[in-house]
Design a protein around this ligand. Structure first.
Ligand SMILES: [Zn+2]
Ligand SMILES: [Zn+2]
Length: 312
């Protein structure tokens, strides 16, 4: 799994930071990528990466502010031109379907694939054998969802020598054991999968939060998460403004990570008021409260390997 930030600015694009978009790459896990928010010119940002729009399987929209959705119609259209044929699922608040449908209809855009719209309400919004995604409402000036993505425990590897000792022949029976099935041998003996596989490995958990002021929901979404992606539109000097605009400071984001017992924090949604030389200060202030803090820039990539977050 990797996280690839495409837009880390707040409100308006600047030369340094585009508006919000974040790619969760699940290429090893499921051969696809998931996109969180799609600010204007997200497809232009993608041109500078190795991300292929047709690989985007799901898009999760946190809320309907323009800096989080104005790139959608263009992206959806280009995905068609670039050979996208698989259904794309679009998750977002009420109103998203209406806006996309009107944009595509009025511009006579015909897609080569179908869009499945999911109007998000609080709770589990997606689950399959690999992942479970939960949504909860944060506290912003319009309805805004935070998403928690949990990877289910991974099947432990097959202990092949042990299986052979118990008389399991080479071939498909080994595959069944690996997949958790118990098997019966030709002589009637039964081999249990749990006896010949390593214990399951825990999956990862990421909380990707949209725009929000400091709130309890941010904490519950982030609880024990491996990675929390939290906005930091303001800093402690402008703290008095943060809550009234429905936003957080870098210090508040660090408090959320600390109070929720998260392992890593990545700050995004950074205001253009902060100049490049302010960024180090923002990071250091966050680190005083939560040492494993990072600030994402546009095109920052983070790798999740063996339970560690590595900044590329
Ligand atoms: Zn925003
Ligand atoms: Zn907003």
């Amino acid at each position: 799994m990797q996280l690839h930030f495409l837009g880390t600015g707040a409100g308006m694009p600047s030369k340094e930071r585009n508006t919000s978009a974040l790619v969760l790459k699940l290429l090893e896990e499921r051969g696809t990528v998931w996109l969180f928010d799609c600010g204007e010119a997200t497809q232009h940002q993608i041109l500078h990466t190795n991300i292929r729009p047709r690989k985007v399987e799901k898009i999760f929209i946190t809320h309907l502010h323009g800096d989080h959705i104005f790139g959608l119609p263009g992206f959806l259209s280009s995905r068609s031109f670039l050979g996208g044929e698989d259904t794309l699922t679009l998750y977002g608040p009420k109103g998203l379907k209406e806006w996309i449908t009107a944009s595509l209809n009025l511009s006579k855009t015909h897609l080569t694939y179908s869009i499945e719209f999911v109007e998000v309400v609080e709770g589990v919004i997606f689950e399959d054998g690999q992942f479970i995604v939960k949504a909860q409402l944060l506290q912003h000036v319009i309805p805004c969802f935070g998403y928690r993505i949990e990877q289910k425990p991974l099947q432990g590897e097959l202990l092949i020598d042990k299986a052979r000792e118990l008389g399991v022949p080479k071939g498909p029976l080994l595959g069944k054991l690996k997949n958790g099935e118990d098997i019966t041998l030709e002589d009637g003996g039964i081999v249990m999968s749990k006896d010949v596989t390593a214990p399951p490995k825990p999956g990862f958990t990421i909380a990707i939060l949209g725009d929000t002021k400091y709130c309890d929901t941010a904490k519950s979404l982030s609880e024990n998460a491996d990675i929390v992606v939290h906005e930091a539109t303001f800093d402690h000097k402008t703290e008095h403004l943060a809550a009234s605009y429905g936003h957080s400071t870098n210090v508040e984001a660090a408090r959320i990570a600390s109070e929720s017992n998260a392992k890593n924090l990545i700050l995004n949604h950074i205001s253009s008021r902060f100049l490049p030389h302010d960024i180090e200060n923002l990071l250091n202030e966050a680190k005083e409260i939560f040492p494993k803090s990072f600030i994402a820039n546009d095109f920052s990539q983070y790798d999740w390997k063996n339970g560690q977050l590595i900044e590329d």
